[in-house]
Design a protein around this ligand. Structure first.
Ligand code: ADP
Length: 561
C-alpha cells in the first residue's frame, strides 16, 4: 500500500469547501499558479489593501506590513520567519537545540557560522569535506565544496559537513522538497503536504575527490543549476511522474517502497525533523507574532508555506539541508503545475477564511466606543480552537496534520520554557473559570428551601445582587465577586469588562435577560450590550415657573409636559 497519495489521486480528490466571497491581494506575487488556485475557489482578486482578506507575498513580511494588517486580514508569512529561512539563523537555532538535545537534534549536518566559529571549524580540517554556503543566497548560488577552509575563515559563510553517502536512484543524487504549512505558531499547528518534488543532479554520483569537487551537477541537486545541463530531462507527462530530473515526491516514495524500504518509518522521521525544526524558533516567532497582534478574536493572522529540503543518506536517514521561507512557485513543467496548484488551493481551503470577521470589524468601526467588543474570554477562545480543529480535520485534502499528533507528548520537551509555563498558566486559568462557572450555576439553580444561604437569582435580578459576596461559600475558593454597580450607576465599558473578564459564564443568563430587546444589531450577537439610553437616562428638565427660578431634574420616564 502506498502511504502517500499518487499525483493523480491528489489531483482528482473531491474538494469540499464552502463558497465564500473572499478577496485576496496578489499585488506582491509574480506566481501565476496562486492566481489559478484562487480562481478554482472562486475568490476575487483585489488590489485593495483594505478590502482583501488575505495578502499573498513572495518575500517575507516586514514589521511595518504586519503592524498595518487589519484584524480580519491574514498574510502568508510570519514576522521573523527568516529565522528558519536564512542559513546562518537556522544554523544558530539548530545548534542551540543540539547542545541541549544532542540525540534528538542530530538530523542537521554539523554546521558552523563563519567567522564566529572559525576556531571550532579550523580544528575539524583534515579528511572531511565541507560544503560552503553564502549566508543568504539560494538556488545553489555561490556554493562550493572544499577540504581547506583557511581562506574563508574570516568571511561570512555557513560551513557544513558534506554528506558524502547520499541515497542514489539511477546512480544520481537527489533531494526532496517537502511543503509544510505552519498554520499557527501558538498554539502550534503544522501540516505536511503529501505531494512534493524530488530534484535530481544530472551527473552520476562519485564520492567526493579532489578532482571532482568542482562538479556542481554531481554534488548539487538544485533545479536552477541542473536544468542548464544538456543532460537534463524535463518531465512533460504527468502520468509518468517517475521520469526525468524533477519527479514527484510520491513517485520516489513508491520507488523506495518497491525497493523494500519502510516508508512509514521514513515519513515519521521526516515529520519529526520538520516539527523539531519549527520548535527551535517557536519561542521567537510567537513573541514577534503576539507582540504586535491586534484584537483578532482568535483569527490566525499569519500562516506560512515552507519548503523543507531533505537529503536521504544511503541508510535512508533524512537530513535537513535547509528551509525555504519563500519557496519557488514557478511552474515550468506540467508536474510543477499540478503539484503547486493543488498545494495552494488546499492551503487556502485549510485556512477557513470567512467574511464575517470583516463585516463585524467594519460594523464596529461605525459603532460608538462603548459598544465595541472586548477581547474574547479564554473559554470562548478554547471553544473556537476546538471548532477550528474540527474544521481542519475535515478539510485536510492533500495535507497531513503533523503537529499536534499522537506523539505530541514527545515534542513537549523541546517547547520553549516560557511557552510551557504559559500553557500551564492558561490551563489553570481555564480551570478556575470553569470552577467559578460551575459554582455560579449551582448558585443560580439551587432551590431556596434546600440551601441555607443561597438565594435563587431570578431573571429580573442583576449581577449587582451578588455585590461583594464572597464566593467562598459557593466555590470553596478564596475568590470574591467584584463590586458591580447598580445598573443606573454603571459606567458602560468598565463594568461590562469586569463582568466579562471575571465571570463570563454568567454574563448571558443575567445580562441577556435584562437587555435582550434593546440591541438587535448583527455585530452585537456575542455580547448583549445595554443601549446608551439605558445606561445614561437622559435627564429631562422642567421649567418651574416663577417661584424657584431654577431647573429641576425629573425622571426620564415622566413626560415633559
Ligand atoms: P541553496 O539554498 O542555495 O539551494 P542548499 O543548502 O539547499 O542551498 O544546498 C544546495 C544543494 O547542495 C542541495 O540541494 C544539496 O544537493 C547540496 N547540499 C547542501 N548541503 C549539503 C550537505 N551538507 N551534504 C551534501 N549535499 C549538500
Amino acid at each position: 500500500m502506498n502511504v502517500f497519495m499518487s499525483l493523480q489521486q491528489l489531483d482528482q480528490l473531491p474538494r469540499d469547501f464552502i463558497k465564500r466571497k473572499i478577496m485576496i491581494n496578489l499585488e506582491q506575487t509574480k506566481y501565476k499558479v496562486i492566481d489559478e488556485a484562487v480562481q478554482l475557489l472562486e475568490w476575487k482578486i483585489t488590489p485593495s489593501e483594505v478590502e482583501c482578506h488575505i495578502f499573498w507575498k513572495d518575500t517575507y513580511v516586514t514589521d511595518e506590513e504586519y503592524r498595518r494588517l487589519l484584524p480580519y486580514q491574514r498574510i502568508n508569512h510570519f514576522p521573523g520567519s527568516y529565522m528558519l529561512g536564512k542559513k546562518n539563523e537556522l544554523c544558530r537555532n539548530l545548534n542551540r537545540m543540539r547542545k541541549m538535545f544532542p540525540d534528538d537534534y542530530d538530523f542537521f549536518p554539523r554546521t558552523w557560522q563563519l567567522p564566529y566559529q572559525s576556531e571550532e571549524v579550523r580544528q575539524k580540517q583534515g579528511k572531511a569535506i565541507f560544503i560552503v554556503k553564502p549566508e543568504a543566497n539560494c538556488q545553489g548560488r555561490g556554493i562550493f565544496l572544499t577540504k581547506k577552509l583557511d581562506p574563508f575563515l574570516d568571511k561570512h559563510y555557513v560551513v557544513q559537513e558534506y554528506l558524502s553517502n547520499p541515497y542514489l536512484i539511477d546512480g544520481l543524487k537527489f533531494d526532496l522538497r517537502i511543503y509544510v504549512l505552519l498554520k499557527s505558531i501558538y498554539p502550534l499547528k503544522i501540516f505536511m503536504y503529501q505531494e512534493g518534488l524530488a530534484r535530481f543532479s544530472t551527473k552520476k554520483y562519485v564520492k567526493p575527490q579532489k578532482k571532482n569537487l568542482g562538479s556542481v551537477t554531481m554534488h548539487l541537486t538544485n533545479y536552477a543549476i541542473n536544468k542548464r545541463s544538456k543532460d537534463f530531462v524535463f518531465n512533460n507527462d504527468t502520468n509518468k511522474d517517475d521520469v526525468g530530473h524533477k519527479r514527484s515526491l510520491s513517485s520516489v516514495l513508491k520507488y523506495l517502497q518497491d525497493q523494500g524500504h519502510d516508508i512509514n518509518q521514513l515519513l515519521n522521521q521526516i515529520k519529526k525533523v520538520i516539527v523539531k525544526t519549527i520548535q527551535s524558533v517557536q519561542g521567537d516567532l510567537t513573541h514577534l507574532y503576539r507582540s504586535q497582534q491586534h484584537n483578532t478574536d482568535g483569527i490566525e493572522q499569519c500562516f506560512e508555506l515552507f519548503g523543507f529540503d531533505i537529503l536521504l543518506d544511503s541508510s535512508l536517514k533524512p537530513w535537513l539541508l535547509e528551509v525555504n521561507h519563500t519557496p519557488s512557485f514557478s511552474t515550468d513543467t506540467p508536474l510543477d503545475k499540478i503539484i503547486k496548484r493543488n498545494l495552494i488551493r488546499d492551503t487556502l481551503i485549510l485556512l477557513d477564511v470567512k467574511n464575517k470577521p470583516k463585516k463585524i470589524y467594519l460594523d464596529q468601526k461605525r459603532a460608538p466606543v462603548y459598544q465595541r467588543p472586548i477581547k474574547m474570554s479564554l473559554e470562548e477562545k478554547e471553544k473556537q480552537q476546538i471548532k477550528m480543529s474540527l474544521y481542519e480535520d475535515k478539510h485536510l485534502n492533500g495535507y497531513i496534520k503533523i503537529y499536534p499528533d499522537e506523539i505530541k507528548d514527545y515534542y513537549e520537551q523541546f517547547m520553549p520554557p516560557k511557552l510551557k509555563e504559559r500553557d500551564s498558566m492558561i490551563n489553570q486559568q481555564l480551570e478556575q473559570f470553569k470552577n467559578v462557572e460551575r459554582a455560579l450555576k449551582n448558585y443560580i439553580e439551587v432551590k431556596p428551601s434546600k440551601s441555607k444561604n443561597a438565594k435563587r437569582l431570578s431573571t429580573n435580578q442583576s449581577l449587582s445582587d451578588l455585590d461583594g459576596q464572597s464566593l467562598q461559600q459557593l466555590t470553596g475558593r478564596n475568590t470574591v465577586i467584584p463590586q458591580t454597580r447598580a445598573v443606573s450607576q454603571q459606567r458602560p465599558f468598565s463594568s461590562i469588562t469586569t463582568i466579562n473578564r471575571t465571570i463570563s459564564a454568567v454574563r448571558k443568563p443575567v445580562l441577556s435577560n435584562q437587555y435582550q430587546n434593546l440591541n438587535t444589531s448583527q455585530n452585537q450577537k456575542r455580547l448583549v450590550y445595554p443601549s446608551p439610553v439605558e445606561f445614561h437616562p437622559k435627564p429631562v428638565y422642567k421649567m418651574i415657573p416663577i417661584k424657584n427660578f431654577s431647573f429641576q431634574k425629573i425622571e426620564n420616564n415622566q413626560k415633559n409636559e
